[in-house]
Design a protein. Structure first.
Lengths: 204, 204
DNA sequence: TGTACATCAGTGAACGCGCGTTCACTGATGTAC
DNA sequence: TGTACATCAGTGAACGCGCGTTCACTGATGTAC
C-alpha cells in the first residue's frame, strides 16, 4: 500500500529543516526565499508545499529543531563548572563568531523571531525555556530562584555579546567584546551565594 | 539664489531619518519598504532619492542617528551608580520592552545590522563604541581595562535580555527575564574591584 | 506693490525582479499477479 | 522471473504582488525688475 520507504519523505523534510536552519542563520529569515531554501536541499520550487503548509510553518519547525539541538549539546556536557567554562570558551570563540550558519540560532535570529507570527514565537518560547533549564542544571546551587536568574542572565549575556561581536567591523573591538563577555560570564556563573533578590549594594 | 529656506530640505531629511528609525525598529529593515518609509514622513515614492542615494544609505544614517540619541541620553545621566541603576530600571522595564518603535536600536535590529553592508556596520561600530565609552564613564573605578570590560558586558546583557523578553510569548517568563537581567546587571555594575582579568575562581 | 521667471522639493507612473504560493504534470517506486 | 499498474514525491511554469529604483513632470517658492 505504501510506496517508497516510510522514512523517505520524513528524511527529506528533516533535510529541509536542517539546511533551512543554516540558510536562515546566515541570510536571515526575510533574506531567504523559498527557491533558495528548496535548492539547498536539492529540490525544486513546488516540492516545498508537500512538506510545509507555508514559509512560517517551516520557520517554526526550524526554530524548534535548532533549539532542541542546542539543548542536547548543553545536556551532554559533564556536570561541574569546569565544563560550563569550556562551553563558554567555545560559545565566545572567534570560530563561533565567524560561523553564522552553524552557530547559535538565538544570536543569529532573535530580533527577527521577535517579529514573526505567534506560532514561531511559541516555538521559540518552548525552546528558550528548555535551554534556560538546561543551563540552570549546570549552575544549580540549591536556590532554584537564584539559579534560574543566573541561567537567564548567562543566556542573555551570551546571545547579546555574540551579536555585538558579529555586528562591529573593527576586529580588535570584536575580540574585546568576546573577551569581556567571557570574563563577565564566568563571574556570573561562579559568583558566591548571597544576594539572591539583590537589594542594592554599594560598591567597594 | 537659494529658493526655499536653507533648512527646508535638511528638515525633511531629518524627519525621514527619525520616522524610518521607528519603522525599522518595529517592522525590521527588510520588513520596511521605501513606499512605507516615505509615507511615514508624509512624502511619496520618488522623493526618496532626492535625500538618500539608496535604501542602505538611509539605513546607515538611521543607525548613526539612533545610537547618537542613545549616547546623548546616557551622557545626560547624573554621575553615580544610583543613576545607572535608574537607567537599568528604565531599560529593563515592561514599558521599554513593549515600545519597540521608540526603544533601543540594538535590541530591535542588531542581528539584522550584522547582515547589512559594510557602511551600515561601520556606522554601527562607531555608535556602539561611543555607547560603550558613555557607559564606561559611569562605571569608572580607576582600572580602565576592567571598566571597559564591564561596560561591554553590561551593554551586551541589556541588549540580549530585551530581545529574549520580547521574543517569548509567555508574559510571566518575559517578566522573569527582565527581572533576572536587572539583578545580574546591578551585580555586574557594582561588583567589587578585584579579579580584573579573571583567573578561574572556584565557587563558594 | 505687481508681474514674470528660475529653482528645485516633491509627484506619481513605470521598470525589471524576486517573492510566496498554486497546480497540472511526470516518472521512479514497490506491488500484484 | 517478468510485466502492468497504482502511488505519490518531486517538477517546473505560472499567478499576483510588492520590492528598490528611475525619470519626466509639476507647482510652490523666493527673486528680479
Amino acid at each position: 500500500m505504501t510506496r517508497y520507504s516510510p522514512e523517505h519523505k520524513e528524511a527529506t523534510r528533516r533535510r529541509m529543516i536542517e539546511t533551512a536552519g543554516r540558510r536562515f542563520k546566515s541570510d536571515g529569515i526575510d533574506g531567504s526565499g523559498i527557491a533558495t531554501l528548496v535548492a539547498d536541499a536539492g529540490l525544486t520550487n513546488g516540492a516545498f508545499y508537500g512538506h510545509f503548509s507555508s514559509k512560517d510553518d517551516l520557520v517554526a519547525s526550524v526554530v524548534t529543531q535548532q533549539l532542541e539541538d542546542q539543548v542536547a549539546v548543553v545536556d551532554s556536557l559533564p556536570a561541574g563548572l569546569a565544563s560550563v567554562e569550556q562551553y563558554l570558551r567555545y560559545y565566545l570563540s572567534p570560530a563561533h563568531r565567524d560561523d553564522l550558519a552553524g552557530g547559535c540560532p538565538s544570536a543569529a535570529l532573535l530580533d527577527e523571531i521577535g517579529r514573526c507570527d505567534v506560532a514561531v514565537r511559541e516555538a521559540y518560547t518552548a525552546g528558550a525555556t528548555a535551554m534556560i533549564q538546561a543551563i540552570a542544571r549546570h549552575l544549580d546551587n540549591g536556590d532554584p530562584e537564584q539559579t534560574e536568574q543566573r541561567a537567564i542572565g548567562l543566556f542573555s549575556l551570551l546571545v547579546g555579546s555574540l551579536q555585538v561581536a558579529r555586528a562591529v567591523t573593527d576586529p580588535d573591538l570584536s575580540d574585546r567584546v568576546l573577551a569581556a563577555a567571557y570574563t563577565n560570564a564566568v563571574a556570573l556563573a561562579t559568583a558566591p551565594h548571597p544576594p539572591a533578590h539583590a537589594n542594592r549594594q554599594e560598591p567597594e
